[in-house]
Design a protein around this ligand. Sequence first.
Ligand SMILES: Nc1ncnc2c1ncn2[C@@H]1O[C@H](COP(=O)(O)OP(=O)(O)O)[C@@H](O)[C@H]1O
Ligand SMILES: [Mg+2]
Length: 321
Amino acid sequence: MNATSSPVLTVENLSLAAGDLVLTEDVTFSIAPGEMLGLVGESGCGKSVTALSILRLLPEPPLRIAAGRILFGGRDLAALSPGAMGRVRGGEIGMIFQEPMTSLNPVFTIGDQIAEPLIIHRGMKRAAALTRAAELLDLVGIAEPRAALARYPHQLSGGQRQRAMIAIAIACTPKLLIADEPTTALDVTVQAQVLGLIAKLRRELGLACLLITHDLGVVSQVCDRAMVMYAGRIIEEGPVKTLFSSPRHRYTRALVDTIPARNLPGARLPAIPGQVPAPGARGKGCAFVERCNAPLQRCATSMPPFARDPIRALACWNPVQ
Ligand SMILES: Nc1ncnc2c1ncn2[C@@H]1O[C@H](COP(=O)(O)OP(=O)(O)O)[C@@H](O)[C@H]1O
Ligand SMILES: [Mg+2]
């Protein structure tokens, strides 16, 4: 992180629960201005609930923020009122999700959907907002942007829909973009184009981004730093190059080993044997112990602390040397 600039977002000891069930625990990280931070881990690890909690979009109840703080622009989002949170969401923090067809509204044109946040958050008149919407469509690489304004979501391809979602997300020039599996539903070529677009926006707009994916290959293409999540906890964090060249947690190691040669985006991860333990089925120690190839006795009984050095952080009793 750049020492001279304070983080855009700091998440401190965040724990999420569903009733009595602990979903994520003690999640701590921050994102510097303009930084691209990856969050990776297998399905069910708690990536999406973490993203949703930052936006205060958790289905509350049954889900809730059980502990921790989410500091953004001098406020704790975990304690913000729904009204104040509505101004942050879409205005100061943009978001894109895996399936644009469920996030886009089928009965409104693309133009109106991009114009909406500009009208709500920036007080623009509809005509001016539509002009800006066309510029945004051009920025995200949609051909003939003026004509595209009048189209409905079903009239666009999957890749175009994801580009339109990104245009909506960045319409109000947010400081932070949260992207949850933004390319998972796309074919390999389009996936690479959308990742290229996110990288371009980050360069041109100085946008910080939390990029969530189950695919370490995706992270390696565009992120500066990454966190690896396992069974609701961050177990390793560091610069992407370091994580790749010398993973220290054996789960990170296993993820790296499953990346196909040349990191082809979209290639499916061969499964790591075993399964992520469900919330409620985790023991007192490290949740990876059952799948680990070098467990010590204490790994099953005692939770390794998340220890930080100047470059990286790790929670493991017996790291790869
Ligand atoms: N609405 C919900 N009610 C209860 N449990 C949930 C709900 N949503 C997610 N979970 C649980 O939270 C855990 C984390 O889920 P999720 O964040 O979607 O994982 P990921 O995005 O890493 O695949 C999973 O065990 C999932 O079953
Ligand atoms: Mg998810």
